[in-house]
Design a protein around this ligand. Structure first.
Ligand SMILES: Cc1cc2nc3c(=O)[nH]c(=O)nc-3n(C[C@H](O)[C@H](O)[C@H](O)COP(=O)(O)OP(=O)(O)OC[C@H]3O[C@@H](n4cnc5c(N)ncnc54)[C@H](O)[C@@H]3O)c2cc1C
Ligand SMILES: NC(=O)c1ccc[n+]([C@@H]2O[C@H](COP(=O)([O-])OP(=O)(O)OC[C@H]3O[C@@H](n4cnc5c(N)ncnc54)[C@H](OP(=O)(O)O)[C@@H]3O)[C@@H](O)[C@H]2O)c1
Length: 383
């Protein structure tokens, strides 16, 4: 076997990502789950690079071929027509598969539709700067294909369409494994984005690329360094709050702490919809508890009773213990997952705990939180 290339010698970079291979793609949900959250294991043998737990991975997806083909048919073009895409000279089909964003619209695309369509008064009106909010509401759940179907009178050339589409962007995923526990691999915990709007089934580009189209094709990946790091001292206790896919980096943290024999206590707050079908990694967490690695595990099942139970409610139920870990035992506090609501509510719960348990005023609490952040004892990886 040839030796593994070293990081310095690795030919891979953000502009030349490593072509990884899918090893495992399995559901983390039971049969009657309303969500499709999946566990992925990806082979990195031969990449010669490194990542640390807490990092994320950049993944370059390919668009859904069925959607690309539908776009080509709808504009009555030929798949092999030559075009200049945002990154190269290629064919229309290749550009729509690999180079262009073909789901969400761009202002350039909408303007082109409004200018060329014989009847698009609504769109013309919505494109006025003062109607930005109405435009966003109108566009929610609308994709490029909807406009192409709705305005068949527009004569698109292949190049004309490619010119008004944006560049397909890669996606980031929190890494859910440790190289010390799973050498040459990276694991992800991904919610597969699927929803219906205006009578069509829509699919998130990258999550469905991995879930449905990545078997036997290269998955271009490159690591993305983060500041979301375990404490350097393995004796430092950590509190981890990771509902939903937010559990990803904490699975990696626990693997790493077990692999290096770190003695620090580990407390995980996990939250999901239903205990019977959305308890991600239950067997692994049970084993980590048995091994004494996972000191405490508190789960919030949001839809198993009247009224919501969320991770922040579990935190408040354990306020005195959290305060003890943070104030007397110098613990570090980590949050991962939804930025829009969860991370804000968890932050508010943490402040309530500091006020009530620590006897602090609002101002003292703000200072305490700022100090935790500057001491790198309160870290967030939210999206
Ligand atoms: C640092 C970081 C770490 C991340 N880690 C993870 C992770 O560990 N696991 C994970 O699953 N994700 C993670 N994400 C999110 C991930 O990067 C992608 O954004 C996510 O997988 C969706 O990408 P997609 O290409 O599948 O969907 P896209 O093609 O990007 O589609 C998503 C878009 O679809 C639209 N949409 C979604 N639902 C609806 C609806 N019901 N109605 C109308 N429109 C809708 C919204 O515009 C949304 O932005 C992370 C993001 C960051 C920044
Ligand atoms: N950029 C993207 O396209 C993208 C992709 C993936 C995820 N995300 C974001 O990440 C979020 C998390 O997705 P996910 O699949 O990991 O998790 P999720 O399954 O949507 O949520 C996990 C758990 O958190 C609960 N929850 C809802 N609101 C909460 C709050 N304010 N505080 C605490 N817990 C709350 C949910 O309860 P209920 O559902 O019962 O209320 C559920 O039990 C998504 O909602 C989305 O905002 C974005």
């Amino acid at each position: 076997m040839p030796p593994e290339p070293t990081a310095a010698a690795s030919p891979y970079s953000r502009t030349n990502p490593f072509p990884a291979r899918l090893l495992i793609n399995r559901s983390l949900c039971g049969e009657d789950s309303g969500k499709d959250t999946r566990h992925f294991e990806i082979d990195l043998t031969g990449w010669g690079l490194n990542y640390e737990v807490g990092d994320s991975m950049t993944v370059w997806p390919t668009n859904d071929p069925a959607l690309a083909d539908e776009i080509i048919r709808t504009i009555r073009a030929k798949a092999d027509e030559p075009v200049k895409s945002p990154s190269r000279e290629t064919t229309l089909r290749e550009a729509l598969l690999r180079d262009c964003r073909i789901t969400q619209t761009t202002p350039k695309f909408l303007k082109a539709v409004a200018e060329r369509a014989s009847a698009a008064p609504l769109l013309n009106d919505l494109l006025k700067p003062e109607r930005k909010q109405d435009l966003d509401t109108y566009l929610y759940g609308m994709e490029v294909i909807d406009f192409l179907i709705e305005h068949p009178s527009i004569q698109w050339t292949a190049q004309g369409l490619v010119d008004v589409l944006a560049k397909l962007q890669p996606r980031l995923y929190s890494i859910s494994s440790s190289l010390k526990a799973r050498p040459n691999q990276v694991h992800f915990t991904i919610d597969v984005v699927k929803y219906e709007s205006r009578g069509r089934q829509r699919k998130g580009v990258c999550s469905t690329f991995l879930a449905e189209r990545a078997e036997n094709v290269p998955i271009p990946v490159f690591p993305n360094t983060s500041k979301f790091r375990l404490p350097e001292d393995g004796n430092t206790p950590i509190i981890m709050v990771g509902p939903g896919t937010g559990i990803a980096p904490f699975r990696a943290f626990l693997q790493e702490r077990k692999a290096v024999g770190a003695k620090g206590k580990n407390w995980l707050f996990f939250g999901s919809q239903h205990e019977h079908c959305n308890y991600f990694y239950r067997d692994e967490l049970d084993e980590l508890k048995r091994d004494g690695i996972l000191t405490r595990l508190d789960c919030a099942w949001s839809r198993d009773q009247e009224g919501k139970s969320y991770v922040q409610h579990k935190m408040l139920e354990n306020a005195a213990e959290i305060w003890k870990w943070m104030d007397s035992e110098n613990a570090q506090f980590f949050v991962c997952g939804d930025a829009r609501r969860m991370a804000k509510d968890v932050d508010a719960a943490l402040r309530t705990i500091f006020q009530e348990q620590g006897g602090k005023s609002e101002e003292q609490t703000n200072e305490y939180v700022e100090k935790l952040k500057s001491d790198k004892r309160y870290k967030r990886d939210v999206y």
